[in-house]
Design a protein around this ligand. Sequence first.
Ligand code: AMP
Length: 183
Amino acid sequence: MILFFGPTGAGKSVQGEMMAVRHGWKWLSTGQMLRESGDPEIQQVLKTGELVSDEQTYKVFEAAVQDAEQKNFPQIIVDGFPRTHQQAEWLNSYLGAQGHKIDLVVVLEVPQAEISKRLSLRQREEDTPEVIEKRMAIYRQKMYPVLGAFAEQDIRIVHLDGTGTVGEVHDRIESELESWQLA
Ligand code: AMP
């Protein structure tokens, strides 16, 4: 399993999907799956930028991993999970029980000004300035600190420059994965 980290607008989804298509891997985005869920309660939370409950998030995550396994995908790119220490602990025990591990964490780094520019072009329904700020704050306060716990567990983490064209960023990620013999 390869995890993609980065704030909203860093390009996790675009890059995660491209990598999955290129290698025949599964791209698994908790955000996308939650957006596609018909559950009105979840839709309400998404509009605020707050986190969906762990219970609901674990449910979509687990179902998607099981589906990927049944379809024999050799690798899974996970985008947007875990977002808190608690979720990271849950993921650890889940992966341990399944005999899987985190092969690498890729953190896409993009300066704030560039993120604002990208988000102003994206026009996702929930991308209002307040919601974006909420999601940024959650990234800084909850998601980014998860990297510290990963580092302590000796999980490999790489910080990559997420600026430039989609193709440039893709090449950067690809060569990093190659250097870890993951691609
Ligand atoms: P994303 O597409 O990753 O930017 O996620 C969009 C939204 O989905 C987030 O703002 C959260 O409301 C929700 N979400 C995505 N992943 C998680 C998660 N791991 N835990 C809780 N909520 C999540």
